[in-house]
Design a protein around this ligand. Structure first.
Ligand SMILES: [Fe+2]
Ligand SMILES: [Fe+2]
Length: 479
């Protein structure tokens, strides 16, 4: 392993080195409460200048969304929450976080950012709350009036904490020893960013922001349906959106299901549980199949998994070099990330800097560094060169190990034994929303024979496989 040449630091990327602790400057996505206030004052003045009456605070704002045709109405208080928060910098940051990481390695148009998903999820939630109102008891109607705005805000903000590269995979790239913490980061942003907090309090009130925090923690101070609707088991507005959206952008039919029917039969029971009427169960079954298919055919596609593994290898190598004291091209935020033990050690400024631009800036810089492993991984990620896959057996493993070693690459980084994570259907079905039959709630697996059968399949497993770069075969001779 060679240290980086001194000239590496004159690329313009090297103002921070692995040996300096630099303060991460505020991110473009941070705003002070004063700045937020100034913008509010400016907006009022602008409205007066344009001759917009106070009772007509904003124009109908239509967003061309391929799934829900998002159309925000000025007179709708739930839509006002979406409109009010949409331009907050921390939300606009979602435009720079990829929804599917290496998804586009297989499905070329699956490059959608998370912004469309969170907007879709919030719109769907607002629509659902309006649809539910006439169908639920008076007590639940009052709860919708009390918590509705915070629930819509929760839907819009539930994924704020995703980081690059590629949302979920980023957690394994930077903090492989920890579990996915994007929900913890979402809370951190909501609770620690003073400008955003001020904006949120302006829209939801202080109690509304406290309710929102309680929903994020799924704690008992708010009715269960308030968070079950967004993140509960079975169908929720988060999954309800991404199954359709990711299927749409991947160009597959697997994610398709009848959302309108599910929406029509969802309900909230008098004791505050999110549930579905019997008539909606057939459509719910098709949703479960759609979701399982998306896992198997899109998210779990083996080429995408290899791409993600290469990104994880990239993070591991960068950390290894950093810890060994090599002069790694890294900005101050990257230095903080490579030093951190877990995501909770990161400052807010660093978390907000971790967009796809930031990750790609470093991958591009590393693609011309002097460390062979980091350079090769970066180049292969940028130019989409997934490792080739082989069935997993000892004989093949021995040959592939020899080929990788002879080609001068480190098998720790260029020979993978991939064991796809099983999909635990049974666990999800156990936690799924229940079916309302007359006055009682029945578990979905008891009510539906298809769901009972799916429950018995329990875990969908894929076979393990080996993966190595194709060019290792350059010198290969048949034995
Ligand atoms: Fe999420
Ligand atoms: Fe989400």
């Amino acid at each position: 392993m060679e240290p980086f040449a001194a000239s590496q630091n004159s690329t313009g990327l090297g103002e921070a080195t692995s040996n300096d602790r630099l303060t991460v400057p505020p991110s473009a996505f941070q705003r002070t409460a004063e700045k937020e206030h100034d913008l509010f004052v400016a907006e009022q003045a602008y409205r007066r200048f344009k001759g917009k009456a106070e009772n007509r605070p904003w124009l109908v704002r239509s967003t061309l969304d391929p799934l829900h045709g998002v159309d925000l109405k000025p007179g709708n208080p739930l839509h006002q929450v979406i409109k009010g928060l949409l331009d907050a910098p921390v939300l606009q940051r979602m435009r720079h976080i990829s929804q599917l990481s290496a998804g586009s390695w297989v499905f070329p148009d699956a490059v959608q950012p998370r912004f469309g998903h969170v907007l879709g999820c919030a719109y769907l939630t607002a629509q659902l709350l309006d649809d539910l109102r006439p169908r639920v008891s008076e007590g639940i109607q009052k709860q919708i009036d009390q918590y509705g705005k915070a629930v819509v805000a929760y839907a819009l903000l539930h994924d704020l904490g995703h980081i690059a590269p590629g949302s979920h995979v980023a957690q394994w790239v930077w903090f492989p020893q920890n579990s996915d913490a994007h929900e913890i980061i979402s809370r951190k942003i909501i609770e620690e960013d003073p400008g955003f907090r001020a904006k949120l309090e302006g829209i939801l009130g202080r109690q509304g922001v406290n309710d929102l925090s309680a929903m994020l923690r799924e704690d008992g101070s708010v009715p269960q349906w308030t968070w079950q609707m967004i993140t509960g088991g079975g169908w929720n507005t988060d999954r309800g959106d991404w199954v359709l959206r990711d299927g749409h952008f991947a160009g597959v039919k697997y994610g398709d299901y009848d959302l309108a029917i599910i929406q029509k039969y969802l309900t909230i029971t008098d004791d505050g549980q999110f549930a579905i009427e019997e008539e909606g169960v057939d459509s719910l079954e098709s949703f479960f199949r759609a979701r399982a298919d998306m896992y198997r055919q899109v998210y779990g596609h083996r080429t995408c998994k290899v791409g993600e593994q290469m990104m994880i290898g990239l993070g591991r190598r960068a950390r290894e070099l950093f810890q060994a004291g090599y002069d790694l091209p890294a900005d101050a935020a990257m230095v903080e990330v490579l030093r951190a033990k877990n995501v909770e050690d990161l400052s807010l400024a660093t978390v907000l800097r971790m967009t796809e631009y930031w990750a790609n800036y470093h991958i591009d810089a590393w693609s011309s560094c002097s460390d062979l492993t980091l350079r090769e991984l970066s180049t292969r990620i940028l130019t989409r060169q997934p490792f080739k896959r082989f069935p997993c057996d000892d004989e093949r493993h021995k040959i592939l190990l020899k080929l990788v070693t002879e080609s001068g690459l480190d098998p720790n980084y260029f020979l993978y034994r991939m064991e796809p994570k099983p999909i635990d259907l049974a666990k999800d079905l156990r936690n799924a929303l229940k079916v309302k039959v007359g006055g009682t709630l029945v578990p979905l697996t008891q009510h539906s024979a298809t769901m009972e059968a799916l429950d018995k399949v329990a875990v969908l497993k894929s076979k393990p496989f080996l993966a190595v770069p194709m060019d290792c075969f350059k010198e290969y001779r048949e034995p």
